[in-house]
Design a protein around this ligand. Structure first.
Ligand code: KIV
Length: 291
């Protein structure tokens, strides 16, 4: 019997790109099954954060397959210094807006600090709010082995979970913002964390600020996709905080960010032009008036 090429076997979908997470032809909403198939095809995909309907609609139209309503909203949207003060009420409101602004992207809602650390039952109650009230298709929570039971109960209850290991910003008061997984012992712990979240049933795992070689090893070891941020080029997906990558963040951004636009400059210049037009009597002009 003729041997089919790997690309046409049961595990591998045809490589014509029509099913690709980014640039594919499907117009329906992306599912966690699509994400799993992308890993089988060895396909890389982009993920961005968003915190409001309008921004999310731009990313959805641009074909970003997964949008994370990150608790980075704390620093990037709500004016807090860290993600720690963000509440479940705030995440529910922001997540609902992002869901309303999207039609194709899979929306993942972040469980904020204090909404799942007490245990699986608290995690289920919090995740249920994000799924029922906001309409997200999946939730994200931080922690590896320590969050095993929470992930397991959510997955058993029908809620897809994206895990998050390495640097976990909700623990900033305990760990600071430092590279994680450096040294043999820390690297072994990161691998154990990665396997634990996979065993618990997570559909993907964020690796934040870990050495590139270690992220590559985790990516090779796991059958679920890894989503890197400051974790090198080998991960299955890459995520950036949108205000960092589009140049809206005030002050310093992390070294791993690539800035694709300077919206702070663009917006500032436009706002000044408007102000000068108003002060100089040039706006509104005749065509802006209603007769
Ligand atoms: O909250 C967030 O935006 C995140 C990403 C940095 C992964 O957790």
């Amino acid at each position: 019997m003729t041997q089919l090429p790997a690309a046409q076997t049961a595990q591998h979908k045809p490589q014509d790109g029509s099913k690709a997470l980014y640039g594919g032809k499907s117009t329906r909403r992306i599912t966690v099954r699509d994400i799993a198939l992308a890993k089988e095809r060895g396909e890389k995909w982009p993920m961005l954060t968003a915190y409001d309907a309008m921004t999310a609609s731009v990313f959805d139209e641009a074909g970003i397959p997964v949008i994370l309503v990150g608790d980075s909203a704390g620093n990037c949207h709500l004016g807090y210094d860290t993600t720690v003060p963000v509440t479940l009420d705030e995440m529910t409101m922001l997540s609902a807006a992002v869901v309303r602004g999207t039609g194709r992207s899979l929306v993942v809602g972040d469980l904020p600090f204090g909404s799942y650390q007490e245990g699986p039952v608290q995690a289920l109650r919090s995740a249920t709010r994000l799924v029922k009230e906001a309409g997200v298709q999946a939730v994200k929570l931080e922690g590896g082995e320590r969050s095993y039971e929470q992930i397991r109960l959510l997955v058993e209850s029908g809620i897809p979970v994206m895990a998050h290991i390495g640097l976990t910003p909700q623990s900033v008061n305990a760990m600071g913002y430092r590279v994680q997984g450096r040294g043999e012992e820390a690297a072994q712990q990161l691998l154990r964390d990665a396997k634990a979240v996979q065993d618990a049933g997570a559909f993907a795992v964020v690796l934040e600020l870990v050495p590139a070689e270690l992220a590559a090893e985790v990516t090779r070891t796991l059958h679920i996709p890894t989503v890197g941020i400051g974790a090198g080029a080998a991960t299955d997906a890459q995520v950036l905080v949108w205000t960092d990558m589009l140049g809206l963040t005030q002050g310093r951004v992390p070294k791993f960010v690539k800035q694709y636009a300077d919206l702070r400059q663009v917006m500032g210049d436009a706002v000044k032009a408007f102000a000068e037009d108003v002060v100089g009597g040039e706006f509104p002009a005749a065509e802006h008036a209603v007769n």
